[in-house]
Design a protein around this ligand. Structure first.
Ligand code: GFB
Length: 324
């Protein structure tokens, strides 16, 4: 697949209304911080209580009243491996409804620039590593998150269909596993990095001799700080225009065991590490090929250890506040 024609140069008007759907989430809040720092003065981000994106009528009414110029669709039902594996019905149904409502309304109300966020789990389980964008739909998906992945693939297809039929500059962006301040630290439903931060912190406070993590510790994952993703999103809105989704990651991965050791060291937990192999490992490896986005001039700025240190500080500040 050629990428020669995908680079574009269209600076966004900083005073035009930009709708960040999912503004309270991990990604949406990072987008809000970055776009504010970059001088955007008309950001819009109703909470889910103010606007339920699963409700088609409310979404159309909101677009009619607010007329956004640009849309970033960062709203989704998300979760870690266990949430995905045990709640596939909600993951497919809610994500499809959110996407179809927002994309249909954006089409009807003339939104020219739109960025749809997916996930690296859209690629086949056995995709060659690092995973290139053209691996999409070349093989079966990882079973623990196939419902979520299929919803995201449907979103990519809808973006592509609108581009083809209505000539809008809409794009799809596929980030690797994300983390950072504002993450969900739920012990069962969250992703691995916030789970480990919470578990090691608790073990340190309670002087626990050992901590047990899920799976074998052998799967490999790539982790991107959400502030690096936010920078990538603005750059892509201004510089990328193609039917193909584009990957965003660091290009480096590590085993879950290595990640656990790093989190334990940042938190200051000195006890032992155990593994519960009865829990799913999920996909064995999921490293993205990031040559397309790096060719556009973006690279990650926050190293994993520094990113975990900042995220742990954020978690501590929330814990301390809740205890007061
Ligand atoms: O972050 P995670 O849930 O997401 O799990 P996935 C990554 C790996 O960490 C798996 C292991 O091998 C887990 O078994 N792990 C070890 C843990 N301890 C824990 C723990 O305490 N909590 C969690 N959550 N994992 C998700 C997908 O897959 O990644 C989503 O289900 C989405 O669809 C998301 O794509 C980014 O990378 O396995």
């Amino acid at each position: 697949m050629t990428i020669a024609s995908t680079a574009t140069q269209q600076k966004l008007d900083r005073s035009a209304p930009v709708f960040i759907a999912g503004r309270r989430g991990l990604v949406g809040s990072a987008l809000w911080r970055h776009f504010t720092d970059e001088g955007f003065t008309a950001l819009m981000g109703p909470s889910s209580a103010e606007l339920d994106l699963r409700d088609r009528q409310s979404v159309f009414r909101w677009f009619a009243e607010n007329q956004p110029h640009t849309v970033i669709l960062a709203a989704a039902r998300v979760g870690g491996i266990k949430a995905n594996a045990t709640r596939p019905t909600e993951f497919i149904s809610e994500n499809l409804r959110i996407q179809v409502n927002v994309l249909d309304a954006a089409l009807q109300y003339g939104v020219q620039r739109l960025l749809f966020l997916g996930s690296s789990c859209i690629y086949p389980k056995a995709a060659a590593q690092p995973i290139r964008e053209d691996a999409l739909l070349t093989g079966p998906l990882e079973e623990t998150n196939d419902a979520y992945a299929l919803a995201k693939i449907a979103g990519i297809m809808q973006v592509k269909a609108v581009r083809r039929q209505h000539s809008r500059t809409w794009i799809s962006v596929m980030p690797t596993n994300l983390y950072g301040p504002g993450d969900n630290f739920h012990p069962e439903h969250s992703h691995v990095l916030p789970s480990l931060i919470r578990r090691f912190h608790q073990a340190k406070v309670e002087n626990a001799p050992e901590v047990t993590n899920w799976g074998t510790g052998t799967p490999r994952r790539e982790f991107l700080h959400v502030d690096d993703l936010a920078r990538a999103c603005l750059l892509l809105l201004e510089r990328y225009d193609s039917d193909s989704p584009i990957n965003v990651g660091t290009g480096e991965d590590l085993t879950i065991r290595e990640l656990a050791e790093m989190v334990a060291s940042v938190v200051g937990y000195a006890g032992g590490l155990g593994w519960d192999a009865a829990q799913s490992d999920g996909t064995p490896r999921k490293l993205l090929d990031v040559s397309r986005i790096t060719a556009l001039g973006w690279k990650p700025e926050i190293g994993l250890r520094d990113g975990i240190t900042g995220t742990y500080a954020w978690y501590r500040s929330k814990c301390d506040k809740n205890q007061k």
